[in-house]
Write a protein that binds this ligand. Structure first.
Ligand code: NAD
Ligand code: ZN
Ligand code: ZN
Length: 375
């Protein structure tokens, strides 16, 4: 079938909406008609060439929609199911899935290769070339054809347009606070960078009972926006936050610091550790250039003050259990999904959406598809 999608033709090139040819789902695959696509910073890293990517790259890895066609041997989904796509496949069988750590499923090794899990070929082509879908999803298109390990069936009474945020940003941020940082009641938490991931870390920390949730973000608009998610304080930089945090905590500093800036810089690791208390935890959720192999860190004080640095992918969340749980919270009025969307865009405006993200004006930008986008 013919459809369209936002393609990046090479590192540093802008997104260009092109006509796509999409094959029928093969064994193990489904085609999903998407309601929306969230605009995560990780697509920008791939577009900019911060990480190795096959090109042409079909962008987008946050998406939710309805299953429209089912290939042979699919067992977990049927036509008409409402789904959230997940940027890391969960096979359910590897040792990590069996341990309850589907976010580090062995199939994750495939997501930057661009070729379909089902048969090692390209399902979508652009101008006769195989298009590599971001995280094997490519949600900057009204349709995706994906392996069933990358689509989670959800309840059908939640708005699909907001459910797409659960593909990545919501769980990465929420899980960074609730699982990886393991925030507890009364703690002081610092979230550095309040975008699509950070806002959910703020909400997660607040839900977990943190006494103070301190946001650091250079964008002044994030002062009021972050407070909608439960932030108690805002500072424009880690340097500006250091002394007030020391005072607020009677010299203890923050129990947990979660780093979710758009692009990690090497000096930020030590800056974040400086805000972390003795015995505290610093979570590294954001990405920088893959070429970074040295960061600032004072190892003497890491040991002597018994601090920990923890990395995370997808906030340590398990897509098949945690996506439905967040949607249950949403239905109970306890997860502000709508508020996460600062602005909606047409697919053709995806470059404008990313410019807004880089200017720090959005919590999350969202591409909403409508009838004119479907074929
Ligand atoms: N680990 C994972 O599984 C995972 C998943 C999703 C995204 N990510 C990464 O997490 C990061 C955040 O993603 P996002 O979509 O929320 O990005 P975003 O661009 O929406 O948000 C980043 C925020 O950081 C702020 N910021 C920029 N420079 C800063 C600084 N020096 N100090 C404090 N704040 C600063 C920006 O103003 C913005 O509000 C990206 O690097 C992304 O690639 C990682
Ligand atoms: Zn697995
Ligand atoms: Zn993402």
């Amino acid at each position: 079938m013919k459809t369209k999608g936002a393609i990046c033709w090479g590192p540093g090139e802008p997104w260009a909406v092109e006509e796509l040819d999409m094959g029928e789902p093969v064994a193990g695959e489904v085609r999903i008609r998407l309601a929306s696509a969230g605009m995560c910073h990780s697509d920008e890293h791939m577009r900019a060439g911060d990480a190795p990517s096959p090109y042409p790259l079909l962008g987008g890895h946050e998406g939710a929609g309805v299953v429209e066609a089912v290939g042979p041997n699919v067992t977990s989904l049927e036509e008409g199911d409402h789904t959230v796509s997940t940027y890391i496949p969960a096979c359910g069988r590897c040792v990590w899935c069996a341990r309850g750590q589907s976010n580090i499923c062995d199939l994750g090794a495939r997501i930057m290769g661009g070729i379909a899990i089902a048969d090692g070929t390209y399902r979508t082509t652009v101008k006769g070339q195989g298009a590599a879908p971001m995280s094997l999803l490519g949600t900057f298109s009204p349709y995706i054809t994906v392996h069933e390990s990358q689509a989670v069936k959800i309840r059908d009474d939640v708005p699909l347009v907001y459910a797409s945020l659960l593909s990545c940003g919501v769980l990465t941020g929420f899980g960074s606070a609730t699982k990886i940082a393991d925030v507890g009641p009364g703690e002081t938490v610092v979230v550095v960078g309040c975008g699509g991931v950070g806002a959910n870390a703020v909400w997660g920390a607040a839900m977990a009972g943190a006494a103070r949730v301190i946001v650091v973000d250079p964008s002044p608009i994030k002062e009021s926006l972050s407070k909608q998610f439960g932030a108690t304080h805002w500072f424009p930089s880690m340097a500006a936050a250091a002394e007030p945090i020391r005072e607020l905590t009677w010299g203890v500093r923050a129990d947990k610091v979660i780093l979710t800036v758009g692009e990690l810089q090497p000096e930020m690791v030590q800056e974040a550790l400086t805000l972390t208390s003795k015995g505290g935890v610093m979570v590294l959720a954001c990405l920088g250039k893959v070429s970074i192999d040295k960061v600032a860190m004072k190892p003497f004080w890491l040991s002597m003050l018994q601090k920990q640095i923890r990395g995370t992918v997808f906030g340590g969340c398990n897509p098949r259990t945690d996506i439905p749980r967040i949607l249950d919270l949403y239905k109970e009025g306890r997860y502000p999904l709508e508020q996460l969307v600062t602005k909606e865009y047409r697919l053709e405006e995806v470059n404008t959406g990313y410019a807004d993200m880089l200017a720090g004006s959005n919590i999350r930008g969202l591409v909403r598809f409508d009838e004119s986008d479907y074929c």
